[in-house]
Write a protein that binds this ligand. Sequence first.
Ligand SMILES: [Fe+2]
Length: 385
Amino acid sequence: MPLYHKLGNIPPKRHTQFRKPDGTLYYEQLFGTIGFDGMSTNSYHEQRPTQVKNILNQYSVKPKIAKSNNIQSYRFRGFQVKPEADFLNSRKTILVNTDCAIILAAPQESIRDYFYKNTDADELIFIHKGTGKLRTHLGNLNFKYGDYLLIPRGVIYKIDFDTNDNRLFIVESHRPIYTPKRYRNWFGQLLEHAPFCERDIRRPSELETNNESGEFLIKVKKQGEIIEMIYASHPFDVVGYDGYNYPYAFSIHDFEPITGRIHQPPPVHQTFETDAFVVCSFVPRLYDYHPQAIPAPYNHSNIDSDEVLYYVDGDFMSRNDIEAGHISLHPAGIPHGPHPGATERSIGKTETEELAVMVDTFKPLMVTEEALKIADENYYKSWLE
Ligand SMILES: [Fe+2]
């Protein structure tokens, strides 16, 4: 996050002596990205953060691919993904390429007896259903319906849910996820025309510091495998940190829509960017106000992007027979557009209540076996008159 943040106690100068009440030194850790070129955080630990006690099991969690070369439009019924008790087991990869994975999850239980760390990918978790607390070694974030949680790669976390009824839409990204560059000035400050500002970004304000020794299981995700590692000290033992690399939350309800006299293209909905895909938020907004405006989108060929729309709430104007939790996949190479009747139906409407998250990937997505379990195989014929 291009926003400086400081939490807890840190010394006035980095890489200098910072002592505990008993006179011994705290352990400093630089937590950085892109070599020493990306965003980083400097944290101070009660115990040495390098104490690996044991390495146990290592097993693959790579998704099984059903269609590696796909040109068929699909609808997936996301709420048909079955709830599962464990957070990691509940995550079902639906679509994947070498840059990212699109995952649905309905976890019923909080993470209790382990910690989790994804070393490969930033994780963007959209909360469709559920409330709770994301607990990380860099502080905690409360979450609720409509929140995006951005967890940079390498952050050690647990997740607490208040109830067992949770629905998550997750994007794992091998490329760093940033806010769009065009909305930031040369110094990184969000500009006046941006659809959100720094006040909308929720940063950790609560830091858990556990100075405990023992056996602490961290499930580490690396190259499509989970590696179970036992650490000798509690992973949440930070007394303070500062820098730019930390988890944060942003609510889709704080996204201020950009509207116009005629139909505005999807980039006005953009919320996050990487160099491999974008994430857009479609939120309730006033429709186009030219007297002859057609609020529904025109047919379009995103000739070199796969387009994934996750429907969250409201009536989605351009689609027939779409419900909350559904995903549409419109692959690169063929046109798609409003369903029959949707264009006419949109004329004269003044506003929409639709709420959706879109992921447009620049490389084709592969369809997994998990996706086919919840797929509508006839969706691609749904434009026939
Ligand atoms: Fe589209």
